[in-house]
Design a protein around this ligand. Structure first.
Ligand code: ADP
Ligand code: MG
Length: 281
């Protein structure tokens, strides 16, 4: 059974203003994500990727279809059950500058979601320590403010905040698009490593096919609120059926899909070597 099962989901945004018709941003989109799997969602700006992510998070006006999480329809669940299920779905956004509250220390930022869910203080502290360890930040980071960290480190804090609730799925919406290339690859490595260690699934959204290719087991290509094609990362990137995917592929820096698994392995190897050398990566 899929962890996340999106079935024929449509989203229609109401529009304000005189005579503006509502805008249908998603047209009967179906997609599933299995336990421990990364499904990449790629497409140009405005194709509906973030809308699909928001629908999964319960933040978009879904006008048709169903979203099942662990076999349960979130829309049909009781408030209590929905709250419980929803805490297992977390999100990491693009911009680590605006997504962290500047006046809260890292410790307060990580404690907040736990406090809201009445997690006991001693459990909360253990989870915060574990989350910081997963993102390779030292424990004493809890005393510091976001402005004392670089963009890449802030994104690690945002990832740690998503991890304290022990999610089974993280919606990653362009999580490295605001970072420079070197930092991008470190943060991507971190996502891979967190998945290895926790078994979390990702719905990984990016306009950049080269990013999605490295990260994903399966890839879905979106355009105009529809999924044009989907398949394993290898299938979609080595043998795209749709001309639009071929275009995306041409725009992506590395065109050899056979590199994907080799790259994943290489990422881990370099990460392990650097960590063994005591480097904070
Ligand atoms: P992407 O993440 O692929 O760039 P989005 O999901 O953000 O695309 O947007 C898809 C389409 O829906 C765009 O045409 C966008 O203008 C429109 N849209 C997004 N959010 C809203 C909203 N709150 N109200 C009206 N239209 C929206
Ligand atoms: Mg978007």
């Amino acid at each position: 059974m899929s962890l996340l099962d999106i079935q024929d989901v449509s989203v229609t945004y109401p529009r304000r203003g005189w005579r503006k018709p509502p805008f249908q941003a998603l047209h009967q989109v179906s997609l599933d994500v299995r336990e421990g799997e990364t499904v990449g969602l790629v497409g140009e700006s405005g194709s509906g990727k973030s809308t699909l992510g928001r629908a999964v998070l319960g933040l978009a006006p879904v006008s048709g279809g169903k979203i099942l999480f662990d076999g349960r329809d979130l829309a049909q669940a009781s408030t209590q059950e929905r709250r419980k299920l929803a805490s297992r779905i977390q999100v990491v956004f693009q911009d680590p500058y605006s997504s962290l509250s500047p006046s809260l220390t890292v410790g307060e930022t990580l404690a907040e979601p736990l406090r809201v869910r009445n997690v006991r203080r001693s459990d909360a502290n253990a989870r915060i320590a574990e989350a910081l360890d997963l993102v390779r930040l030292p424990f004493d980071a809890i005393q510091r403010l976001p402005r004392e960290f670089s963009g890449g480190q802030r994104q690690r804090i945002a990832i740690a905040r998503a991890l304290v609730l022990e999610p089974r799925l993280i919606v990653c919406d362009e999580p490295v698009s605001a970072l420079d290339l070197t930092t991008q690859s470190l943060v991507l490595q971190l996502f891979l490593e967190v998945q290895e260690r926790t078994g979390v699934s990702y719905l990984f959204i990016s306009h950049d096919l080269s990013v999605v290719r490295v990260m994903s087991h399966r890839v879905a290509v979106m355009r105009g609120g529809k999924i044009l094609e989907s398949g394993t990362a290898g299938e979609v990137t080595s043998n795209p059926r749709h001309p639009y995917t071929q275009q995306l592929l041409l725009a992506a820096p590395v065109a050899d899909p056979a590199l994907q698994s080799a790259r994943r392995a290489a990422y881990f190897q370099s990460l392990n070597t650097r960590q063994a050398a005591g480097e904070m990566v």
